[in-house]
Design a protein around this ligand. Structure first.
Ligand SMILES: [Zn+2]
Ligand SMILES: [Zn+2]
Length: 174
């Protein structure tokens, strides 16, 4: 999904463009994930303000039971973007100091929304995604997915308090 901003950059501050988003993109695990929603681009004094609200569907692998699942979430973001080339003069411009986001315009003023969405989704994905809060994980002895069936191993931990601590640390990291 590429939108060309050359025309909007020539318009006065406050001019807007609205786009509908229904896009597939390569997700964090290499599958084709989806995003649907809208994006609004507003001409600002120095550049463009990109606002978007998307429902995303991202395929992830559970950190406990290693099964794949679809994670649904709402992604909202707002970020200012600055042209790398002045649309009036065609000269290369230096972006302001504070510009360090993921919304970048190339020399043709092309806004690559797919790349923006991909970057944002990457930052949203937890270090250890879970298919569900109650996921029982895999049996450490035989590898059975304990969400699906029980196994006959004796896997009672030597000290269950360590399990609780491990859980707590995992949650903190997310
Ligand atoms: Zn799981
Ligand atoms: Zn087992």
């Amino acid at each position: 999904m590429h939108y060309n901003m050359a025309q909007l950059l020539k318009e006065p501050t406050g001019s807007t463009r609205d786009y509908e988003v229904d896009d597939s993109f390569e997700g964090p695990e290499g599958g084709m994930d989806r995003a649907q929603g809208w994006v609004r681009v507003i001409r600002t004094h120095q550049g463009l303000l990109v606002r978007t609200e998307l429902e995303t569907q991202v395929n992830l692998t559970c950190g406990r039971c290693v099964s794949q699942f679809d994670s649904h979430s709402t992604l909202k973001m707002e970020e200012e973007s600055f042209p790398s080339v002045d649309p009036a003069t065609g000269r290369t411009t230096d972006p302001p100091e504070e510009a360090e986001g993921v919304v970048l315009l190339d020399a043709q003023h092309d806004l690559d929304m797919t790349e923006v969405i991909r970057q944002y989704v990457l930052t949203e994905v937890p270090i250890k995604p879970l298919c569900c809060e109650e996921c029982l994980g895999l049996c450490p002895e035989c590898g059975t997915n304990l969400n699906k069936k029980k196994c006959k191993c004796n896997t009672a931990s030597a000290d269950p308090r360590w399990d609780a601590l491990a859980e707590l640390l995992t949650e903190r990291r997310q």
